[in-house]
Ligand binder design. Structure first.
Ligand code: SF4
Length: 59
């Protein structure tokens, strides 16, 4: 699984960093992927599905 955040869309709401702090961190005014998740990482999929601006891509 590879996770990316589209910084041009992110509004830094913090939801993803709250849901999966081992993967996402708010740096400045955008969420940053600090580590790729291991395994199926359902929390990361939840974060992607819950992002209000659809900025998180999981592949
Ligand atoms: S949930 Fe989406 S908008 Fe909110 S901080 Fe994460 S990537 Fe940015």
């Amino acid at each position: 699984m590879t996770v990316t955040v589209d910084a041009s869309r992110c509004i830094a709401c913090g939801m993803c960093a709250y849901a999966a702090p081992e993967v996402f961190r708010i740096v400045g005014r955008t969420s940053t992927v600090i580590a790729q998740p291991e395994g199926k990482a359902p929390k990361v999929r939840d974060a992607a599905n819950g992002c209000p601006v659809n900025a998180i891509r999981v592949s």
